[in-house]
Design a protein around this ligand. Structure first.
Ligand SMILES: [Zn+2]
Length: 274
């Protein structure tokens, strides 16, 4: 199985992120797995995950390059990793940084987190990067929805602006676009390379509004939904996410698509994993 939404930061940054989650939530969001490196990988392997992404993002200038180098070195050491980097437009040189991570480091894509970076998806400085990604078949994983706690929310229009210009750009909308399922679903109807990940949908987190677009959404977008967990930044055991998908009772074929085949197609992998 493939997990398309896994974070893989250096230990120090992970600790800062966990501190942030726990403080900002007033202690409600207790990270269940404070793990990094080898231990992080081992836990996922034990859950039956064969390959997983390395989502990183920058919250300020001067961080993205170092994160990308960290991912490059880690992916060379651990074949389980599907290397994803990030870009920070404020660093300048977006295009050359993108060329380096895609052509030299051979990353599968990038993660952008507009609420954390303060850089919206339709920031024109990313456009040459999107153009490059569209032609190379690289994947943009982004978190444009308001869940779980973002009060600031500016709608699906920004992503629509990007896709109107780059209609074949491969995009994964994290968390199925929670909580704006309808407007992100509309993007998937319109653009054939728009995907979703399942992270945090259907899991029991009693201090958040319930997040799940429902069985019909999963059936309708069964070729576009990828299993994702948000590991390790989750306040419950990993298996909860697997069970949340299984609880929808989608049938064996659809489950196989969600847990494996859709991700494989998105990443351009053949039947055997590289
Ligand atoms: Zn995440």
């Amino acid at each position: 199985m493939i997990d398309i939404h896994v974070h893989f930061f250096p230990a120090k940054l992970f600790q800062a992120i966990w501190r942030f989650f726990e403080t900002a939530s007033g202690g409600l969001w207790r990270i269940h797995y404070k793990v990094h490196g080898e231990q992080h990988i081992r836990i996922l392997r034990d859950q039956g995950v064969d390959r997983f992404t390395t989502l990183v993002y920058a919250h300020k200038p001067g961080v993205a390059d170092r994160l990308n180098e960290f991912i490059k070195t880690s992916a060379e050491r651990h074949p389980e990793l599907i290397p994803f980097g990030t870009l920070f437009a404020g660093d300048g040189r977006c295009e050359s940084a993108a060329r380096r991570i895609f052509e030299q480091y051979r990353f599968a894509g990038i993660k952008l987190h507009p609420f954390v970076s303060g850089e919206p998806l339709d920031d024109r400085r990313f456009f040459p990067v999107y153009e490059m990604m569209e032609s190379l078949g690289k994947v943009l994983i982004c978190h444009p929805g308001s869940a779980p706690v973002y009060h600031q929310y500016d709608g699906a229009e920004r992503l629509r602006r990007v896709l109107t210009q780059f209609p074949h750009l491969k995009v994964v909308i994290a968390h199925c676009g929670a909580f704006e399922y309808g407007s992100y679903g509309a993007l998937a109807d319109e653009f054939e390379q728009v995907y979703f990940d399942t992270a945090m949908n259907g899991v029991p987190v009693d201090f958040l509004p319930p997040a799940c677009p429902g069985r019909d959404f999963f059936l309708r977008y069964q070729d576009r939904i990828l299993f994702g967990s948000d590991f390790p930044n989750i306040p419950y055991p990993y298996v909860e996410q697997i069970e949340a998908v299984k609880r929808l009772d989608l049938g064996e074929d659809v489950e196989k698509k969600i847990f494996l085949e859709n991700a494989r197609r998105l990443l351009g992998w053949k039947k055997t994993m590289p």
